[in-house]
Design a protein around this ligand. Structure first.
Ligand code: DX5
Ligand code: ZN
Length: 231
């Protein structure tokens, strides 16, 4: 499957959100970062704004909740019609119960791991999720540097997914650019969040196409070298 690119509107102009959304109509989804100034030291927007983005977005919503008490709030984000809602493993009281609730409301259920969080937290429950987000920066801010040290975690999840025949998406978020996307793609990611890389230039559509091509090339190269090793 072709790599999916989800631009993060954290790097867009918040007072021209509708115009910003129109520039990423060729993306697979729009990544919507909700921050509460408690789970992370930054504040963005909440339910009302996400509802309006849902009304005007040309592409489905991929909501990333960086908030405390997602057990209470995440279902309400699913109720806006968002295609996917991802909450943090570190913040949820009962991740499995919450994922079931999100699915019952028609959203894809995602779980996110901060760079320091081990996969043991979720490894027995992977069938409950439609997406696992492996953070490649500490959540909270756009424009940070990609953390290659997280790649072994991504590779482990990709192996487990294959071994168990599971179908969850593997998403990466943070520091994804034309320089780093190939590293994450080779490690097994298939959905790529990119904020500053997409909105930082003057042609978001061109950047989306370039990122997608680089990720696809890296994956093709990775499977060719895996094939060579198997020979
Ligand atoms: C960071 C957010 C990211 C952020 C990524 O906490 O979750 O989605 O927008 O921004 P870049 O791509 O600039 O690192
Ligand atoms: Zn995010």
């Amino acid at each position: 499957m072709t790599a999916r690119i989800n631009p993060s509107i954290l790097s867009a102009d918040f007072v021209n959100m509708e115009a910003a959304l129109a520039t990423i109509a060729t993306a697979d989804s729009v990544h919507v970062d909700v921050m509460d100034n408690h789970f992370v030291p930054n504040l963005t927007f909440g339910l009302q704004m996400v509802g309006r983005i849902q009304d005007v977005s040309p592409v489905p919503l991929d909501v990333h909740l960086m908030i405390d008490d997602p057990d209470r709030w995440a279902p309400e984000y699913a109720a806006t019609g968002a295609a996917g809602v991802t909450f943090h493993a570190e913040a949820a009281a009962d991740a499995v119960e919450l994922a079931r609730e999100l699915r019952a409301r028609g959203a894809r259920a995602g779980i996110s791991l901060k760079p320091g969080t081990h996969i043991e937290t979720i490894v027995d429950d992977l069938a409950e999720f439609d997406l696992v987000l492996v953070m490649t920066v500490e959540p909270g801010f756009g424009g940070q540097s990609f953390m290659p040290e997280v790649m072994p975690k991504l590779r482990s999840l990709a192996h487990i997914r294959e071994r168990r025949g599971l179908a969850f998406d593997l998403q990466v978020d943070g520091g994804i650019s034309t320089d780093t996307i190939g590293i994450a793609a080779a490690a097994g990611a298939d959905v790529f969040v990119a904020g500053s890389a997409v909105f930082g230039g003057d042609d978001p559509a061109a950047r989306i196409a370039e990122l997608r091509r680089l990720a696809d090339d890296a994956r093709a190269e990775e499977s060719r070298s895996a094939g060579r090793l198997a020979e």
